[in-house]
Design a protein around this ligand. Sequence first.
Ligand code: WTA
Length: 654
Amino acid sequence: MSQPEGQSNTLDNLLEENRTFPPTAEFAANANATAELYAKADEDRLGFWAEQARRLQWDTEWDQVLDWSNPPFAEWFVGGRLNVAHNCVDRHVEAGNGDRVAIYWEGEPGDSRRITYSDLQREVSKTANALAELGVGSGDRVAIYLPMLPEAVFSMLACARLGALHSVVFGGFSAEALRSRINDAEATVVITCDGQFRRGQAMPLKANVDEAVTGTPSVEHVLVVQRTEAEVEWNSERDKWWHDVVDRQPEQHAAESFDSEHPLYILYTSGTTGKPKGILHTSGGYLTQAAYTHNAVFDLKPESDVYWCTADIGWVTGHTYIVYGPLANGASQVIYEGTPNSPHEGRHWEIVQKYGVTLYYTAPTTIRTFMKWGAEIPAQYDLSTLRVLGTVGEPINPEAWMWYRDQIGGGTAPIVDTWWQTETGAIMISPLPGVTAAKPGSAQQPLPGVSASVVDENGNQVGNGEGGLLVLDKPWPSMLRGIWGDQQRFVDTYWSRFAEQGYYFAGDGAKYDDDGDLWLLGRVDDVMNVSGHRISTTEVESALVSHPTVAEAAVVGASDPTTGQGIVAFVITRGDHAGETTVSALRDHVAQSIGPIAKPRQIMVVSELPKTRSGKIMRRLLRDVAENREVGDVSTLADSSVMDQITAGMQSGK
Ligand code: WTA
């Protein structure tokens, strides 16, 4: 098994976890999703999904639920036609809910905006008209490089409305990372803003775009939202202010319907190589599973709930559980611009209290940060409205789970630990809050309609109490439809490992406990998980070796009490540059080429790297060093003394 060494202790502790927390009788009695759903989906899986698809408004109904005649290329709701933006906006207005608040937007400095579904309809229509004026049509690509502003939502939905694909690039990525994503998708328009408020400061954003678009031949226009009013460089041929172009547009826009398999968006995510993958999602199946899971997992009652997902819109969680799922379901939700400690460490709880948030969805790393700040902070606020708590992004340790339940959830709110990926598009494995007796740290069961399994290296299912690799053994509606521009990589990455069985290989290790519940154990490949962000070791290694003073680099994810994993790099400097490189210059260089999220926590300058006789770097041994463990078996090293040198260097603090 390629399960990272050193996790086994944690694993044993985890698996001793035997407390369970069933929902209260009252919650169970009123829950959207009941136990019968499992049986129903088992009996007739495709019939079950067809029923879920009826949550949406289709202009033409499908004539086949699933076409899996050419795996791994799935088609869902074949022949069906719909407009995704119409489903997320207009249909709620048409149903008489135009006055319902769609978005309670809260700016970091304390300004706020309240946007009803009618407002949203006007804003999305104006944005769609503006994009059309800029030449955007069906199938075109629009890059969105925006922080947590309502305009990010308007832009995404405007693309969907026009049948154009959005490619949202997280605002924390560098100009270089933005450029390569723009070029890979050949985007014609980039939407950005002057800057954003972070930690009490106005931070520039447009400057990164200016730098990025120096090498992007496809880009014709840059549309700029004004947020901080900071001065920006201006290219009058290319740059256009949002308020000049969007504000004057007609408030109506007739939404055309598109095929169920019409592409909806591209979202780049890290794989095991240096080049990020443009994960492609399409319309009908994606929106179906987004809406269904948001309803079932969060128990959303759109008339009374106030939902808040704290993810950034630049990640898949923001796509599915801020934009598409909640809006398809007509939810009222909070969107917050800033960081959790601006201007004080109680900011999230102040917002929960202000808006009466009932459903709250965040990442384990954020919960661990709140724990560090202390329980007395949330205790100062009224959190009694909270009734479901969710987590996503990495395994949650039972201690953080219990803290979340007790200190935030009042000791009663069910916690849904949701496992999924950019590639799966929507939640796959999670407790149902009104059904499951929740276990701290376990994602427990695939959702009704979803099928997952833990298998050994040969693809045989392992038994209870045993671990292996997580696979998805049946297609699901929101599955990725490919990698933009590289379908061979799609086949190779996800479908070749268990080609014989036809399983999707998720890249995660997992284990069944004695009750048959699933425990996710982290990645088994070279993908690190830092604060819930996926970063590949190779990506950071290539950034490091692109620095003129670095000859070779090896990067590992070392366990970190707050961020899950921290990036630790081992570098060999070039002979002719020995002594010139400073560790902080290298860290900055990585931030420059990928983004601040990829900055190594620690960089060690070493004289050799541990390699096998065939020249493969043994990261396992470096991880031992980075995690302060005794170094494991070195017998396959070409030169076994290398590890002694590295550990000696570590101990002497070099
Ligand atoms: C990890 C985020 C354990 C996992 C939606 C997966 C989790 C990767 C969980 C996908 C969870 C996500 N428990 N691990 N509840 N949720 N992961 O694409 O390793 O950013 O493969 O999607 O995060 O990260 P991505």
